[in-house]
Ligand binder design. Structure first.
Ligand SMILES: C[S@@+](CC[C@H](N)C(=O)[O-])C[C@H]1O[C@@H](n2cnc3c(N)ncnc32)[C@H](O)[C@@H]1O
Length: 208
């Protein structure tokens, strides 16, 4: 198993507990992603992890390579397919939208993953990608300290422009952006704003 998956497999509960310890940041991220989630549509989360985001948004399906992360997501009622984003054992044109939350930085082949995700989306289906922007305050801090962070040790952070370029190359268009996490360690839930360039957490939405 690749290191990028193994670390989640060996520390699944610890990863899941992060959301309890950082509930304000979690709520802030949920608010930003909520701007992008279409209502009453069939979605799937790729790299669903322990299912915290999928559960909140009523997303019933997920893809996840780690067995132990999968087990926790299943306890939250998510139907998980054990696979990687680069090779989805899913029929073409199956979903209205696909969500990826802090997963792109762990992918081995981003162009391949985006083109696979595009394949499983229905016509005019939407991809929603949430990232810690490499050029943001938090992105720079994570990058500088990543050697000491067991989860992000093998991650490669990207900018919003990088993700936009890969999505465009895969055939996506009609981009929309939201940003949040403007302050570090804020004690209050932050309201998202449109665009990117100021907040550390960016949500990118594009259409097939
Ligand atoms: C930082 S976690 C995010 C999990 C969840 N989206 C969340 O925000 O809580 C990254 C997840 O990506 C998964 N992952 C790693 N490589 C992957 C790949 N090639 N395809 C799909 N998921 C992958 C990991 O196992 C892990 O569960």
């Amino acid at each position: 198993m690749k290191n990028k998956i193994k670390v989640f497999d060996e520390n699944a509960l610890d990863y899941d507990n992060w959301f309890e310890r950082h509930n304000t940041a979690f709520q802030t991220e949920l608010l930003a992603i909520k701007q992008a989630i279409p209502l009453h549509k069939k979605g799937i989360e790729i790299g669903v992890g322990t299912g915290r985001f999928a559960e909140y948004f009523g997303i019933t399906d997920g893809v996840e390579p780690s067995e132990n992360m999968t087990q926790i997501a299943e306890q939250r009622g998510i139907k998980v397919i054990k696979a990687v984003a680069e090779d989805l054992p899913i029929k073409s044109e199956s979903f209205d939208f696909a969500l990826l939350v802090t997963t792109v930085c762990f992918l081995n082949d981003i162009p391949k993953a985006f083109s696979e995700i595009r394949r499983i989306l229905k016509p005019k289906g939407e991809i929603i990608v949430a990232i810690i922007d490499k050029n943001s305050a938090l992105g720079k801090k994570y990058e500088a300290k990543k050697a000491k962070n067991k989860f992000y040790k093998d991650a490669h952070f990207h900018s919003t422009e990088d993700i936009t370029a890969w999505l465009t190359q895969a055939g996506f268009h009609k981009f929309e952006y939201w940003q949040t996490l403007f302050k570090e360690n804020s004690e209050q839930i932050e309201e998202p704003k449109e665009g990117f360039g100021k907040g550390s957490f960016v949500v990118i939405k594009a259409q097939k």
